[in-house]
Design a protein. Structure first.
Length: 354
């Protein structure tokens, strides 16, 4: 298994060359990113494509030279690395820049953002800046998904951490084929559009990760019974979640399964606590209809001891990941990065109905 490029010694989501988003709550103090029709920290649909500049046959470089009028005060942190030909969910976090440190600062929960891309020519994959000379594709506007859950399902790992993310942005991006793509973002600022550079995407790079329609890998997962009731061995959430009543291997191919890979304590993306809360709430909502299993990342919950064999069996390069398996043992959904209750509910309802 390959760790993220700047994992800083931990198995975590990528940070695009800097530390990951910190903070949650309200938007920019200046209000420069605020959508007046949006409530901070709430879900909202993506703006229409017409709200963003159209490429109109321009190269990626020309498009952003023409429309990007101001210097960005926001930072965008992608939250996924595995992409495939066809439609993809592209999740990311948005935060204010810490101008003193040049890193991410306070979360911005209500920005207007769209992603554009250009494909790097295969013969010039290593040529610096070559992708910017290719025709721009987009825009792909981002919707906002709240990571909030009802109070009974909020762990202290979430509520007592001021740096936990409150929302995740996601754009639906269609990649026509395998290869390397160079994405950029346009974000609405107070005085105009600003461009934000994003790391390259290699579509089709992680071919071994189980995908919808494929047979799910067979793994053994620990249960509350197998650890003698010591739930702290099963979960770094505080208090430990209860998504550990069954062994995955015993129900695979017999009953629906929601398998979540995440480590609330060690995930530097600051979204693993919220997604475990989301799954905990869904477990209560769909009690008796599906099996919910939370799988920690590190052996003995210690990053120095490497990742667990279950993580390696699924070939995961990042976390969190959510997999849904139907009662025939076929993968129904595979979701990388943070997700809210709406996407979780949609995923569970789908796998139950299959």
């Amino acid at each position: 298994m390959r760790a993220p490029r700047n994992a800083l010694g931990l198995f975590c989501l990528l940070a695009c060359g800097a530390v990951l988003v910190a903070g949650c709550g309200g938007g920019s103090d200046s209000g420069s990113h605020v959508n007046p029709e949006a409530e901070a920290g709430k879900s909202r649909p993506a703006p229409p494509k017409s709200a963003f500049p159209a490429p109109q046959g321009r190269t990626l470089l020309k498009l952003f030279e023409d429309v990007a009028e101001v210097h960005p005060s926001a930072k965008i942190t992608p939250s996924a690395e595995a992409f495939y030909p066809g439609p993809n969910r592209y999740p990311f976090l948005v935060s204010e820049k810490d101008t003193k440190a040049g890193t991410a600062g306070k979360e911005i929960p209500d920005a207007e953002v769209a992603i554009y891309y250009a494909k790097v020519p295969s013969k010039a994959a290593q040529a610096k800046g070559e992708a910017f000379k290719q025709l721009a594709v987009g825009p792909f506007p981002a919707r906002i998904e709240s990571l909030a859950t009802q109070p009974p399902f909020q762990g202290k790992t979430t509520t007592e951490n001021p740096d936990v993310a409150g929302v995740v942005y996601s754009a639906e991006i269609d990649f026509p084929s395998k290869g390397e793509y160079r994405p950029l973002a346009l974000i609405k600022e107070k005085d105009g559009w600003a461009k934000v550079g994003l790391r390259s995407i290699k579509v089709g790079e992680f071919a071994k990760i189980p995908r919808p329609g494929e047979k799910a890998p067979l793994i053994q997962t620990p249960t509350a019974k197998s650890v003698g009731g010591n739930l702290a061995e099963l979960s770094t959430r505080v208090p430990p979640d209860t998504q550990n009543t069954v062994n995955y291997a015993e129900v695979l191919g017999k009953e629906p399964i929601l398998l979540l890979f995440a480590t609330p304590k060690f995930c530097q993306s600051r979204v693993c606590g919220p997604v475990v809360d989301v799954a905990q709430q869904a477990q209560h909502e769909f009690e008796g209809k599906a099996n919910f299993i939370h799988m920690e990342i590190y052996n003995e919950n210690d990053p120095s001891k490497g990742v667990r064999p279950q993580v390696r069996r699924f070939h995961l390069p990042t976390e969190p990941w959510l997999f849904a398996m139907n009662d025939e043992g076929i993968v129904s959904a595979a979701i990388e990065g943070p997700f809210g209750t709406k996407l979780m509910r949609k995923t569970v309802e789908k796998v139950i109905a299959e």
